[in-house]
Design a protein around this ligand. Structure first.
Ligand code: SF4
Length: 236
């Protein structure tokens, strides 16, 4: 079942179910995988580029930090969840802007190093670990715990047990916060659309994406801290 194709109440139900499953997943089981994989960062900086990793989605607490550090680093996250009948997009949060280079380096990456490493964001701290369910190439939905296995970094290093558990707990906490943000967004949109007589129209969505890809400006409403922030954006 593709959650993004469901009506909003069914989506809320599906994400809540995902949250329940996530909470039931033992941190010790993830810690054992962390131990087994033994990943260590080799400072290749691949994971800080859109060529390798798509976009860096920000939890609200991370967006608040970016607004303090340098608000120019924010952009509406791609793949907006909704588009109303008037052509306005709605997305559940911000992402980090990427530089205009070949790899699509993160705004904060300079000479292969993160300029704000000590203040890096939630997803940057846990990567390459994750804990969510995805279909594999045969469509079988199962838990995925490590991203980009064997494509970056070093493996089979010895990570102390307590560090494995700390990584597992932080990863679970991130995934939980991510799902909570998504649920908050969906509940908000459900109410907002009802109050303003709006509805998602897939054809308008597709037409607007086409216009955006052809260089036209579009409006995106970004959900942040329980409100919507409006942006006019153009494909770069
Ligand atoms: S904020 Fe730092 S660690 Fe996170 S993606 Fe950007 S350069 Fe990498």
């Amino acid at each position: 079942m593709v959650i993004s194709l469901l009506p909003i109440p069914a989506r809320i139900h599906a994400v809540r179910q995902e949250l329940t499953e996530l909470r039931a997943y033992p941190a010790e089981r993830l810690a054992a995988i962390v131990k087994d994989v033994g990943f260590r960062c080799s400072f290749c900086a691949k994971c800080c580029t859109s060529a390798f990793n798509g976009h860096v989605f920000l939890l609200d607490r991370d967006t608040a930090a970016v607004k303090e550090i340098d608000p120019r680093a924010l952009e509406p996250a791609p793949y907006a969840e909704f588009c109303d009948q008037n052509g306005m997009f709605y997305v559940s949060g911000y992402a980090l802007l990427v530089q205009d280079d070949k790899a699509g380096s993160c705004y904060f990456l300079k000479n292969g190093r993160c300029r704000i490493y000590d203040r890096r964001f939630s997803i940057c701290r846990i990567y390459p670990y994750m804990l969510h369910r995805e279909p594999d190439e045969k469509g079988k939905v199962d838990w995925r715990q490590v991203s980009g296995l064997d494509e970056h970094g070093e493996y089979n290093t010895d990570i102390p047990e307590e560090d494995c558990l700390a990584i597992a707990s932080e990863t679970k906490e991130y995934e939980e916060a991510y799902l909570m943000q998504e649920i908050g967004f969906l509940i908000f949109i459900q109410d907002y659309f009802a109050r303003h007589r709006l509805r998602h129209v897939q054809k308008v969505y597709d037409d607007q994406v086409r216009r955006f890809n052809q260089g036209e400006e579009i409006t995106v409403m970004v959900y942040y801290n329980g409100l919507l922030e409006q942006h006019r954006i153009r494909n770069r």
